[in-house]
Design a protein around this ligand. Structure first.
Ligand code: TMP
Length: 210
């Protein structure tokens, strides 16, 4: 992790309906039982500014939003979140569990939208100041299964309304990122929540010895 921080930065990533939102509280409870101070947060939306940005990005009425505008909004939310929440909490020694971070931008705006990788890296440097996770758990699931879960949960935001092909590119992107990034691990999101939690816990224990 870049910078002299004392805490631990864990990110959960994955396609729509992969189960991050179910898994984060389970992992939080496990870490708390180990005596860790845990902060759960999300992108976009982990700050007041981020919550407003999230509404703008995900509003299904905003069909005219360009890929570049979308990219910059995710980065604006990230810049605010890193400075207001993530860095201060890491400096205070917290274990941060973050629902999505930079790899979502690489998967969705990079592999999904086809935006230029060099531009993505330049913007990432600006919004994160070089902060990378200690561990990114990428929950993996068949695209159709994930989208079905979200329909059942009543989620239908602007990103979820994208084509199945778009979501397939995103999933493929996450697979590539899991191969490339030393801090990233692909974990199957199939099955019952507790089975998935057991897999995640094994990875956290092996990598971070909480
Ligand atoms: P969520 O519903 O899982 O919280 O994520 C919000 C949506 O935003 C989801 O469709 C993924 C998308 N997203 C991006 O496209 N790029 C990003 O950088 C982030 C953080 C999320």
């Amino acid at each position: 992790m870049a910078g002299n921080t004392r805490g631990t930065f864990i990110v959960l990533e994955g396609i729509e309906g992969a189960g991050k939102t179910t898994q984060i509280p389970l992992l939080r409870d496990f870490l708390v039982s180990r005596g860790r101070r845990v902060v759960t947060t999300l992108e976009p939306g982990g700050t007041d500014v981020g919550r407003h940005i999230r509404e703008v990005i995900l509003d299904p009425r905003h069909k005219a939003m360009t890929s570049t505008a979308e990219l910059l909004l995710y980065h604006a939310a990230r810049a605010q979140h890193v400075e207001e929440v993530v860095r201060p909490q890491l400096e205070n020694g917290a274990w941060i569990l973050c629902d999505r971070f930079s790899d979502s931008t690489l998967a969705y705006q990079g592999y999904g939208r086809g935006l230029d990788r060099k531009l993505l890296h330049q913007l990432d440097e600006i919004s994160t100041g070089g902060l990378v996770p200690d561990l990114a758990i990428i929950l993996d699931l068949e695209v159709e299964a994930g989208l079905r879960r979200n329909v059942q949960a009543g989620k239908h935001d602007r990103m979820e309304l994208e084509s199945v092909e778009f979501h397939r590119r995103v999933r493929e992107g996450f697979h590539k990122l899991a191969d490339e990034k030393p801090y990233a691990v692909l974990v199957s999101g199939a099955g019952e929540a507790l089975e998935v939690h057991t897999r995640i816990r094994a990875v956290v224990q092996e990598r971070l010895c909480p």
